[in-house]
Design a protein around this ligand. Sequence first.
Ligand SMILES: Cc1cc2nc3c(=O)[nH]c(=O)nc-3n(C[C@H](O)[C@H](O)[C@H](O)COP(=O)(O)O)c2cc1C
Length: 168
Amino acid sequence: MELFDAIDSRSSAARLTAPGPTGEHLERLIRAAGHAPDHGRLKPWRFIIVNGGAREPFARAAANAKRLRVPTLTDEQVQLERRKIMQSPCIVVIGCVAKKDDAKVPEIEQVVATGAAAQNLFLAAHALGYGVMWKTGAAAYDDQVKAALGLAADDHIVAILHLGTRVI
Ligand SMILES: Cc1cc2nc3c(=O)[nH]c(=O)nc-3n(C[C@H](O)[C@H](O)[C@H](O)COP(=O)(O)O)c2cc1C
């Protein structure tokens, strides 16, 4: 897909089904993400593919985060959050591990660079024909979720990208 066509036709895919990206496509997407502009070449981004055994602790932590954020939710609503993650064809969490004391590149610029990486990945996946949904929500700001992903409490989760085949 031509670049302007990809930009002009990009939209969120609220409903996704299998298949998710192939292994080869996933590698291409992460390479594309890593070409984002990056002041100081600090590479603050982390691409965490949540599949296999990593899915369950992430889903559980995300559901708990939602319960903490909205205590009035029913158990069924909390379980729905867990199921959405367990049933997503593919999840790539994009974290930012910022250098806090860099003299030249403030933390905000490192977070912005990570956002640019997320958008590169989004557009590249769209250009390959995949549906994408960029989420954050309670999970992105929860220390237990970060820990389940191998991130520290003062790292940032910039995007929780769900990828798959768009359900029209
Ligand atoms: C930083 C960021 C966080 C987002 N978090 C959520 C989210 O938690 N839930 C959600 O439904 N959409 C989320 N979105 C997606 C936007 O809501 C979506 O892009 C917007 O609804 C516009 O739709 P479009 O992408 O089809 O243009 C997020 C987007 C960004 C950039």
